[in-house]
Write a protein that binds this ligand. Structure first.
Ligand code: SAJ
Length: 401
């Protein structure tokens, strides 16, 4: 048993897998969440989110007394903040959950404690948190180790990536970075890269903004290629044969709680310096509207030609393939919008029920519909048998992959 005590605040998609992984190294870990239902679920050795390999790991660490959950923190050696930082309606970042965590741990802190923030944060947040704590607890001034260390894991591969990805570790001073490196080396096999807190905060925002910009480029190409009657997926696979070109895949837009959100942390604060980041967000949002229009126009053509209203099958509503996560999902937005004006059926193999939308199995959706629009490249849609009489709109290339 390693004799440090670790407290992880926020037991969601990042906090719960992180707590479980730390605990699996025989480190006594306390998981804190304001939701008593989540706390009870975890203390029963169960989980409230779906992520491969997580259920068994949580059961193991809870049953062996290595992880226990609670609604409020107690004194600890390490505090790790992993709560969400969404955006407000005006697109500015909302760090209120991080600040509530800071408030709740401030009375528990002692000299030499290590405080790590993993939540995505605007640049300078870690330094502001340091000032905030030292104002409230002058007895601790200069005596804590504080670092910002962004999570970088991909939903669906969280456990593997938590352990194996490289980590950027930004200290408020070099001693804090070194202390945090020592902590992460207990459970991370990837390389640990020390830097200052501000650079680490920026790193996280830049990684997701870069991916958003690359996808925006692919989505712009998809609209241009539609105009030119060129298969954009074939085009991109050919351009990517060049050793220094790597264009991502066009899609009906960008969803999820990270890439569709984090670029606003930069663009809302520094509009004059973020023209490309802003435009990329706009382009990816526009692509969703463009897909809606494309489906509407196809339905209109069908109606003129066949003198009947078509049934449209929308294939996939999650925000990306092979998960059940609907957060910021462009495909869900498309389905909701078209359901108001068109006769639609939805196939989403990862979800049993969705209020307000009729769900069908992939086979029956394809059999019954006149127009089939593939929105998400779920594995169930690959090699699906589509009668030649159907009109197919494949926005994610799943029928050809
Ligand atoms: N998408 C495309 N085309 C692509 C790839 C993705 O349109 O070629 C779309 C997806 O369909 C989805 C959205 O982008 O709607 C985001 O999916 P994703 O798989 O790219 O990323 P996330 O949001 O699941 O996870 C990202 C990752 N960041 C990067 O790859 C730079 C992950 O490593 C981060 O930890 C995560 O955000 C996060 O928490 O910030």
């Amino acid at each position: 048993m390693n004799d440090i005590r670790v407290t992880v605040l926020g037991l969601g998609y990042i906090g719960l897998p992180t707590s479980a992984l730390i605990a699996s190294r025989k480190i006594k870990t306390a998981g804190i969440d304001i939701n008593p239902g989540i706390v009870d679920t975890i203390n029963r050795g169960e989980i409230h989110i779906s992520e491969p390999d997580l259920a068994g790991l949580v059961r193991y660490v809870v049953e062996n007394g290595l992880l226990s959950a609670s609604v409020s923190p107690s004194p600890s050696d390490v505090f790790l903040i992993t709560v969400p930082t969404p955006i407000l309606p005006d697109k500015s970042p909302d760090i209120s959950h991080v600040m509530s965590c800071v408030e709740s741990i401030t009375p528990c802190l002692s000299p030499s404690n290590l405080l790590i923030i993993e939540s995505t944060c605007p640049v300078n947040t870690t330094s502001e948190i340091k000032d905030h704590i030292y104002n409230k607890r002058p007895d601790l001034a200069g005596r804590l180790y504080i670092a910002y260390c962004p999570e970088r894991v991909l939903p669906g591969r969280i456990i593997y990536e938590l352990e194996n990805n490289d980590r950027v570790i930004g200290g408020i001073n070099p001693e804090s970075a070194q202390k945090a490196m020592g902590f992460y080396s207990l459970f991370v096999k990837g390389k640990l890269h020390p830097t200052d807190a501000k650079t680490a905060e920026m790193c996280k925002l830049v990684e997701n903004s870069y991916r958003d910009a690359n996808i925006a480029f692919a989505n712009e190409l998809s609209i241009l290629c539609d105009h030119l009657s060129i298969d954009v997926f074939e085009l991109i696979s050919l351009t990517n044969r060049h050793p220094r070109v790597n264009i991502l895949k066009p899609s009906p837009g960008v969803g999820g709680h990270c890439i569709a959100v984090d670029p606003y942390f930069l663009s809302s604060r520094y509009p004059e310096y973020t023209r490309m980041i802003t435009l990329s967000r706009q382009l990816n949002n526009y692509k969703t509207q463009w897909v809606i229009e494309k489906i509407r126009n196809t339905a209109l053509e069908f109606q003129h030609k066949n003198s009947k209203t078509p049934l449209i099958a929308l294939m996939g509503i999650s925000f990306k393939p092979d998960i059940d996560d609907l957060r910021e999902s462009p495909s869900l937005h498309i389905a909701r919008t078209l359901s108001k004006t068109h006769n639609i059926t939805v196939s989403e193999p990862n979800i049993a029920l969705y209020d307000g939308l009729k769900l069908s199995s992939p086979d029956s959706a394809v059999r019954e519909a006149d127009i089939i629009a593939f929105l998400v490249a779920h594995k169930e849609f690959k090699n699906i048998n589509i009668p030649g009489t159907k009109t197919v709109l494949d926005f994610c290339n799943v029928t050809k992959e």
